[in-house]
Design a protein around this ligand. Structure first.
Ligand SMILES: Cc1ncc(COP(=O)(O)O)c(C=O)c1O
Length: 500
């Protein structure tokens, strides 16, 4: 494909490829809107781009059409109130935290949260108390947050005002929200669940329970990630009397655009209409396609999959050809270049293909056939890896499999990372020279967009090695510029630890 400097041209080129999407968004193109009679939306996109004219309601004082869509979401999800979001779950996370935790107060939160949570901490001058999710050693990924860890943290930090958990996480691992909600509520704490990746859980008994079904107070859903609304649209649900709705609405106003896109909000409207009328049929199709896909790939010799294990949202398809000597980076590259299949992310040997409500049988068939063929040619790909001059493969071979594996082994940030005040005097320093300095701006490998080092944390040698390995692999690490520099401050002379 020729390189273009135009976003529009890029989109045209990408559409013309007719690629198979196993990445966000969940609608996977226009076909669901066509199937259920919303062609007018597709053809009317410019004419539907309006502002708050008479009759169009106002996102920040809903009384008309926006209110009725919000009410329909609340009824569909069975909660007290739902709010349309036009800055994604990022905006919902920030508003939920600012509405639940006062300035300077504490938030008990899992350390593997999304960047937006750390932004909320900075905006609200909120002090985090970290809980470290279990690591699933077999897969080298971050796992669930245990209720016992939440209980202990609340006991040690009785003044903390809320608990924040991400479930499912990027790989689909769900925490036991029911038990965590009971624990949080025993001490009157608000439980916020970032369910950005699980907006669909509510609608299938075959998948883990949703956070609302499990008793969370505030739940944030990126309907665009797995359901049928447009990218950047999302919904925040409130099902609690522990949260002041006026404060929540005030915070939503603070962080969202005053020119909300009616295109995004209309896509949320269409999403709820489709779900109201067809959720059972669509979920049954989705689950049926996944069941037959998993049955097929578990027969592929040498392919490992997390499969449909308990407490996993297995609409996220995690698999590995590591046993055959094919790394995640290489598999991503082969699927894209040779089979026109785009997956969501890879970590070490593992690849995650994110299915959505819009994937059709032929997409799963295409992915399964590609995997069968790649495995049958594994020896060829192993040989190719050493000599290939493509970006990804050459990077892989320069790091080597051991490097990639050691990279995943430090995926969960080290528990012993020390925290200090966020430096006020900041400077740019080469990452390689940063050991012992204090991070002043988050360092975030993308995906999955979870900060590896947060402002105020001391930068350790293993984190530096990890980031360098990721950059060598060609992965994006936000917070490290093209010169390999990060923003840091010196450690304080008197080591005033906030947390040991
Ligand atoms: C766990 C998690 N929470 C929140 C977000 C932010 O969601 P959005 O893209 O809708 O702003 C993401 C984005 O990928 C995420 O992975």
């Amino acid at each position: 494909m020729s390189v273009t400097t135009s976003i529009h041209d890029f989109l045209v080129q990408h559409r013309n490829k007719d690629a198979v999407s196993f990445h966000m968004p969940g609608h996977k193109g226009s076909h669901l809107y066509r199937r259920f009679g919303f062609e007018d939306f597709l053809s009317g996109i410019m004419d539907y781009d309006i502002t708050e004219i008479t009759g169009a309601d106002n996102l920040f004082q809903t009384e008309g059409v926006i209110k009725s869509v919000q009410d329909r979401y609340a009824a569909l999800y069975g909660c007290k109130k739902s709010y349309l979001l036009i800055n994604g779950s990022s905006g919902g996370n920030i508003a939920a935290i600012l509405a639940s935790v006062g300035k300077g107060k504490q938030l008990i939160m899992a350390r593997n949260c999304h960047k937006s949570v750390f932004n909320a901490l900075a905006l609200g001058e909120i002090r985090p108390v970290y809980i470290y999710p279990d690591t699933i050693k077999e897969f080298g990924i971050s796992g669930a947050v245990s209720p016992a860890a939440v209980e202990q943290s609340i006991a040690e930090n009785p003044d903390a005002e809320a608990v924040f958990i991400t479930s499912p996480n990027y790989y689909g691992i769900c925490s036991d929200i029911k038990s965590i909600a009971q624990i949080a509520h025993r001490s009157g704490k608000v439980l916020i669940v970032d369910e950005a990746h699980g907006a669909h859980l509510q609608f299938s008994d075959a998948l883990p329970d949703s956070a609302l079904q499990s008793g969370a107070d505030l739940v944030i859903n990126s309907t665009h990630k797995t359901l049928a609304s447009l990218t950047q649209s999302a919904v925040l649900h409130c099902n609690s009397s522990l949260v002041d709705p006026y404060l929540l609405e005030d915070k939503l106003q603070c962080i969202q655009s005053t020119s909300p896109s009616y295109i995004l909000m209309a896509s949320l409207d269409i999403n709820v209409k489709i779900l109201e009328a067809h959720r059972n049929e669509l979920m049954a199709e989705w689950i049926r396609n996944l069941d037959s896909f998993y049955r097929r790939i578990t027969k592929i010799h040498g392919l490992k999959t997390m499969g449909q294990m308990k407490d996993l949202d297995w609409t996220k398809i995690n698999f590995s050809l590591g046993e055959l000597g094919i790394s995640g980076a290489q598999l991503d590259h082969i699927l894209m270049e040779e089979y026109n299949i785009f997956i969501e992310l890879f970590t070490g040997d593992w690849v995650m293909a994110m299915s959505g409500i819009g994937n059709r049988f032929e997409d799963y068939d295409c992915l399964a056939s590609a995997l069968e063929e790649i495995v049958s040619k594994a020896a060829f790909y192993r040989g190719k890896e050493a000599s290939d001059c493509s970006n990804v493969s050459s990077c892989c071979s320069s790091i080597g499999k051991e490097g990639i594996e050691s990279k995943t082994s430090v995926l969960t940030p080290p528990k012993q990372a020390k925290m200090f005040e966020v430096p006020t005097q900041k400077k740019r320093v080469k990452l390689a020279d940063c050991e012992g300095m204090i991070c002043a701006s988050s360092i975030i490998p993308y995906p999955p967009g979870i900060p590896l080092i947060c402002p105020g944390e001391r930068i350790e040698a293993d984190a530096i090695a990890y980031i360098q390995a990721m950059r060598d692999l060609g992965e994006k690490v936000i917070g490290v510029n093209e010169l390999g520099e990060v923003i840091v401050g010196n450690p304080p002379a008197s080591a005033n630890d906030m947390e040991g």
